[in-house]
Write a protein that binds this ligand. Structure first.
Ligand SMILES: O[C@H]1[C@H](O)[C@@H](O)[C@H](O)[C@@H](O)[C@H]1O
Length: 640
């Protein structure tokens, strides 16, 4: 919707709203507080003694609205949709623990491990793009049903897989479901929520992603005690939430916006009344309808949606912002931290593998807990401030992580015994002089003794090709630890600076999780006009999955060339670039109707736009019941 029509609409809707409010106020004895100003007074006169200050109006109306026009049904919709987020987190999180057991039960080589882990993410990237087409054609509800059905089939295939080829098929099926769910669920929640709750409800989806990751880590821990076939339960259990979502969605409605777009207006009205409870839906219905009609005139254009988006400046700017946010989310290294937190924890002195697995649940829980903080903050501080604060803290904590790794590297213990085994004469391990380069070489590990008073002999030896849990030969090759056997450090070095790394890890999650974790999904669900919403979300979700796989697959290789501190420093520079991008491009969308958000991307000098720009300062909106009215400059100065 253009700025002008949005303002006209705001005037109209505010007058209607005030009429309604006055009626209600007389019942409540609130007549003295809420009066209906005329359109003229709304746009020209400042508040007088007869009309209360806009801030009071807003407060009273918001209170009233929250009391009686937020039916619980929107929460039911959000929670059932967010099971898609839970499955996203569960399926991406559970595989690391399942892999440990699979390596024992089936002969999975390193290549197959990589295929099983990244096959899902790659399939998700492709199916997220496909999801745009399905969403436009069949609607959000059918897409969510398809995704949950696909998850359920994938889980059954995985749980009963007779060989690794079947496992790969199952992982690919799960990936197809993931891609569709990840792009549809935020859109569905955004389209069914009232504006004042939209941010919070969409953020619940990311909360469920992190809850899925946490649950996966607990299930991994619990089934790691099972000698055989524990992986079947780990991978197969996803069928339960998938079926729950499928059954739930059989009874839940389609998005009213999609229905109106398809001309199913009677049905759309029914759904709107159902999800808005006792609220008058005429105004919302009219806004959606007129914005769709206007969109068809203004940006109907010719050709595929992605082409129309690229050639229509507001949609193109929104696409840049949406994809940029998703890219910087992944470039900040979240999934490296999630996947390699066991290694980071081992560096801090946790040697016991079982304990390390359980401590991963602590990392996942911290991520969950701070995402919860994001759910609480998003409607209080807004998307823009939350994202900026979050990425700034992320940059700082990545620097702390980097410094921790640097200190550990500088004080890396030396290799004192250079041994060569006749069976591996050409091993690169003998060339490393300290633990740091030895650890970074994937074919070697560091074997040492702790607190030894004898002449301390530590060596860099090849890893056992059958299991990274022990050395190929020497003191660390015993699977049962003898009193005089050494400590096998694969992927980590003993260090006394682990507390700096741990501090960095905790701060990282505390800053990343409330903002950079959920906001890219939340913002993407609201910045595109309806005609471009599915395609915009599909592209940005595709970007998220693509960078997810790129960053997590390259971590170990990059660490070999740049060392750990180099990689984390690189992530922090990328996150800093993200900070400037967000500062320059992300407008505030809090409290605005989906139909008016498009105007935030119009006529900007910068390729994107800032909400607090001079232009926006002249046009202040008071949000009452999710509707806005347009104030003159005088009035704007009175807004709290
Ligand atoms: O927003 C989510 C969330 O923060 C997860 O923890 C992360 O693993 C995902 O990649 C990300 O998209």
């Amino acid at each position: 919707m253009s700025r002008k029509s949005s303002d006209d609409y705001n005037l109209r809707s505010m007058s209607n709203l005030m009429g309604e409010r006055r009626k209600r106020a007389s019942d409540d004895g609130e007549r003295s507080l809420i009066k209906a100003p005329s359109s003229a007074s709304l746009s020209s006169a400042g508040p007088s003694a007869a009309s209360p200050a806009p801030a009071d109006l807003e407060r009273a109306a918001r209170k009233q609205f929250q009391q009686d026009v937020t039916p619980g049904f929107v929460y039911v919709l959000a929670v059932f949709s967010a099971i898609g987020g839970f499955l996203f987190g569960y399926d991406t999180g559970v595989v690391s623990g399942a892999m440990l057991l699979l390596k024992r039960d089936m002969n999975v080589t390193a290549l197959w491990q990589e295929l099983l882990v990244s096959g899902t993410v790659a399939a998700a990237a492709v199916s997220a793009l496909l999801g745009a087409y399905l969403n436009g054609l069949f609607g959000r509800r059918v897409c969510i049903l398809t995704a949950s059905f696909t998850f359920a089939i994938g889980a059954i295939v995985l749980g009963s897989a007779p060989n690794k080829e079947a496992l790969l098929v199952g992982r690919l099926i799960v990936g197809l479901g993931l891609g569709i769910a990840s792009m549809t669920v935020p859109v569905y929640i955004a389209e069914t929520s009232p504006p004042h709750l939209r941010g919070r409800l969409v953020t619940i989806n990311t909360l469920f992603i992190t809850a899925g990751q946490f649950t996966a880590s607990v299930i991994d821990g619990a089934f790691s005690y099972m000698q055989h076939e524990g992986w079947r339960y780990m991978l197969g259990l996803a069928v339960v939430p998938a079926l729950l979502q499928f059954l739930g969605f059989l009874f839940l409605p389609e998005s009213p916006r999609w229905l109106i777009q398809k001309g199913l207006t009677q049905k759309a009205r029914r759904v709107l009344s159902q999800i808005r409870g006792n609220e008058n839906i005429d105004e919302e219905y009219d806004t959606i309808k007129s914005s769709i009609e206007e969109e068809e005139k203004d940006c109907g254009g010719e050709g595929p949606v992605i082409w129309r988006m690229l050639t229509y400046p507001p949609a193109r700017r929104a696409l840049i912002v949406g994809c940029g946010l998703q890219m910087f989310q992944q470039l900040s290294g979240i999934n490296t931290v999630m996947y390699y937190s066991a290694t980071i924890l081992q560096m801090s002195g946790v040697r016991d593998d079982k304990l390390a697995i359980w401590l991963v649940t602590v990392t996942a829980f911290t991520n969950f807990l701070f995402t919860l903080l994001g759910v609480w903050l998003v409607e209080r501080v807004g998307r823009r401030r939350l994202t900026l604060g979050s990425i700034f803290g992320t940059v700082l904590s990545l620097c702390i992580l980097s410094v921790g790794f640097l200190l550990s590297a500088q004080h890396s213990p030396p290799v004192t015994l250079h041994l060569t085994d006749p069976t591996t004469p050409n091993s690169s391990c003998t060339t490393h002089l300290s633990c740091e380069p030895c650890m970074l070489d994937p074919s070697c590990g560091y074997c040492y003794q702790e607190n030894s008073t004898a002449v301390f002999a530590s060596s860099c030896v090849p890893v056992n090709p059958a299991s990274t849990e022990r050395a190929a030969w020497g003191k660390c090759s015993n699977s049962t630890h003898m009193p005089d056997s050494g400590i096998w450090a694969y992927n980590f070095c003993p260090t006394s600076y682990s507390w700096v790394v741990l501090l960095g890890l905790v701060l990282y999650l505390a800053f990343f999780a409330p903002g950079m974790g959920p906001m890219p999904w939340t913002v993407n669900s609201e910045i595109y006009p309806l005609w471009a919403r599915s395609t915009g979300n599909a592209c940005s979700a595709g970007v998220n999955w693509t960078f997810n796989v790129l960053v997590s697959l390259t971590f170990l290789h990059m660490a070999q060339y740049l060392t750990y501190y180099g990689v984390f420093f690189l992530y922090s520079s990328l996150a800093l670039t993200g900070f400037f991008f967000i500062y320059g491009c992300l407008p505030e969308t809090k409290g605005r109707r989906l139909e008016e958000i498009e105007s935030l991307f119009e006529n900007r000098l910068c390729s994107c736009g800032i909400s607090d720009s001079d232009e926006d300062r002249q046009v202040e909106y008071i949000r009452v019941k999710g509707s806005n009215y347009h104030l003159s400059d005088n009035d704007a100065s009175d807004v709290e």
